[in-house]
Design a protein around this ligand. Structure first.
Ligand code: M6R
Length: 636
């Protein structure tokens, strides 16, 4: 939800900031804006719509050259996505410019107070109160960082803020509460951003900020108050940039420095038309990377990252999975694996509903929070609730140092690399792999599965990357089929057992990318109502379980296919190689490699991703940035 960049250094700030916004545009793309600080004056440009509109505006009306600046790409919460509500927001005198990600919950009261004191606010946003409050505090204390600390103490809600002040050239200040902000430390330059991809082109050295912290980046010789207690900085041709981090209370804060282990090319499209296509293609590697280092030479699992002693894991009496969207579907699949391999009951909750149902938790419940971004507010709140109830939380996350892993007792990172397309693909497959690893590990520690059984599953998992590769090589007919359906209004998805969450995931992908009515059902549920949706020609995708060791389920789903076909459905059947029983009932047959039943989602989901991506393209939709969405959902 909203991408933020701040820069101070030796390069043209506008170029650095807009390049960063391009990389962060996946976070929100309702409007974009920038501010630069040149000769003691703040100059801004903002435009509704995608970044390209802002770039056009900047081409027509260039901003002055500057080496300090900030920018924002928005996912609207308060106020329509128009030019006025676009960030940055300035106070009435134009002394301070602010960009914001999150929601300031007490903004209405703060706004009323400001208006009473004679401030004139022009936008409908919650953010604008911050620029006015900062300007007031700045007048009183004379320093932007101190003004930020004072203002943050008065704000309620979740926020990342980045600000510059006309009277402090060479200084950028940021603050965070429940919303992401990282610092990039370059040679004579410093960056603030919602995520590292914004500055990966310039530096791979970063600092992770903690909760309720304020950071000041100050270029050597910049005017204003002294930067004492600097925690970092780098020399370069343009002098050093000192990085000072404190709590909202002004006390020096501990920070964690880290090195980013992927490079700029990983965040580029690499010759593909869309990030989503690239990310689908990267799945075999992502799956293999997520297994790396977690299996020893004898096929034994070693998940040192779990950091929960085996004796505690043996005491676990319930596993609870919390997640949203695609990650929730990964959780639904994980439930089958956890219960089958460990015989421990497993519940799966939508994170946004979790704490409101007053779940029964405690020290023996193991909670698994799954999140690609590690910043999803609903999941973060669910995990906090679980920890308050005394449960241990393990995060499965793709983003190093994000809030969710930081607040969990342990984390198992998926190694999918940066996922930029809003629609989740490789993150989903790697979340599944991580869930399988946790479930097998629990089975290993608790002794519910024999060493040989675990080794066998691990062997199968290790071969999945190749199986996904084989699926990807046979996708042309799926793309052709998708194009032929581009004028349809509805597509239904059916599955049984682990195929049911796969059907839900297929429907979600189609909704978010093709803007079509798409629904996933448990095939057995159809006769309890949804079968009324079937009419002549409705495309129905059916995920068929293996006939080898799921004979009963397989027979039942073959009957379900016949039931819908008899009512006019056009059947698109996803079945494993060698399954001949489905052939007579499939209007379109998509073959997937045979896998053990629990692992089938790793291959069965891939055609559905390709199908949705191609349908979106055929309908002329934006594949990487579907309407109304954002990659990282940092509001509840
Ligand atoms: O970053 P997270 O995994 O926590 O995100 C959860 C969902 O918002 C996300 O999976 C969403 O459903 C995807 N856009 C679906 O493709």
């Amino acid at each position: 939800m909203c991408g933020i960049v701040g820069y101070v250094g030796r390069q043209a700030a506008l170029e650095v900031v807009t390049a960063g916004l391009r990389r962060l545009e996946y976070r929100g793309y309702d409007s974009a804006g920038v501010a630069v600080l040149a000769d003691g004056v703040l100059a801004t440009a903002k435009k509704a719509g995608k970044l390209v509109n802002l770039e056009k505006e900047l081409g027509e009306r260039p901003l002055p050259a500057a080496t300090t600046g900030l920018g924002h790409t928005r996912w609207a919460t308060h106020g329509a996505p128009n030019d006025v509500n676009a960030h940055p927001h300035l106070d009435d005198a134009g002394r301070v410019a602010v960009v914001h990600n999150g929601i300031i919950e007490n903004f209405a009261r703060l706004r009323a107070e400001l208006e009473e004191r004679g401030h004139r606010l022009t936008s409908e946003t919650d953010t604008e109160v911050v620029s006015h409050l900062l300007a007031e505090e700045y007048s009183a204390c004379g320093g932007l960082a101190e003004a930020m600390r004072l203002v943050c103490r008065r704000l309620e809600g979740a926020f990342t803020l980045v600000a510059v002040a006309a009277e402090e050239p060479g200084v950028v200040v940021g603050a965070r509460r429940n919303s992401p902000l990282v610092v990039g430390v370059g040679q004579g330059e410093g960056f603030l951003a919602s995520d590292v991809s914004a500055f990966i082109e310039y530096t791979r050295d970063a600092i992770e900020l903690g909760q309720d912290q304020v950071v000041e980046l100050r270029r050597d010789g910049a005017g204003g108050p002294d930067a004492t207690g600097g925690t970092g900085g780098a020399d370069g041709t343009g002098g050093a940039v000192a990085v000072t981090v404190t709590g909202f209370d002004g006390l020096p804060a501990e920070v964690r420095e880290f090195h980013i282990d992927w490079d700029a090319s990983a965040a580029e499209k690499g010759g593909y038309d869309y990030f989503m296509l690239k990310e689908i293609a990267e799945q075999p590697k992502a799956v293999a990377d997520t297994l790396l280092g977690r299996i020893d030479g004898s096929g034994h699992l070693s998940l040192d990252e779990l950091r929960i002693p085996p004796e505690e894991l043996r005491e676990v009496d319930k596993v609870v999975i919390v997640a949203c969207g695609t990650a929730h579907h990964a959780g639904l699949i994980a439930k089958y694996a956890v219960e089958h391999w460990t015989r421990v009951p497993c519940e799966v909750d939508l994170a946004s509903e979790f704490r409101y149902r007053d779940p029964i938790l405690g020290p023996r419940a193991l909670v698994i929070a799954i999140s690609q971004s590690g910043e999803t507010m609903d999941t973060l709140m669910a995990l906090r609730h679980a920890r308050e109830q005394g449960s241990k939380v393990v995060a499965i996350c793709n983003t190093n140092g994000a809030t969710i892993p930081r607040e969990s007792d342990a984390v198992l990172y998926t190694h999918a690399g940066p996922e930029v397309a809003v629609a989740s693909t490789k993150a989903f497959l790697t979340q599944l792999v991580a869930c399988y690893l946790v479930a097998l590990y629990l089975g290993q520690v608790r002794g519910t599965r024999s060493g040989e059984e675990i080794r066998e599953q691990v062997r199968e998992l290790s071969g999945i990357g190749d199986a996904v590769e084989r699926v990807l090589e046979t996708m042309e007919p799926v793309r052709e089929l998708a194009r032929s359906l581009s004028s349809r209004n509805t597509v239904l998805f059916l599955g049984r057992h682990v195929g049911h969450p796969v059907a839900l995931e297929g429907a979600l992908k189609l909704k978010e990318l093709a803007y079509m009515h798409a629904e996933g059902f448990a095939a057995g549920e159809l006769k309890h109502g949804p079968i009324a949706l079937i009419e002549e020609g409705v495309p129905v995708v059916v995920v068929v379980p293996s006939p080898r060791d799921r004979a009963v389920l397989h027979d039942k789903i073959v009957s379900n296919i016949q039931e819908i076909r008899a009512r006019g459905a056009r059947t698109i059947v996803i079945a494993e190689e060698g399954d001949e029983a489905v052939v007579p009932y499939a209007d379109h047959l998509v073959r997937i490699p045979a896998t053990p039943p629990l692992l089938q989602p790793l291959v069965a989901t891939v055609p559905l991703q390709v199908f949705a991506c191609e349908l979106a393209t055929a309908r002329g939709n934006e594949v990487d940035q579907p309407r109304n969405l954002a990659k990282s959902v940092t509001v509840e």
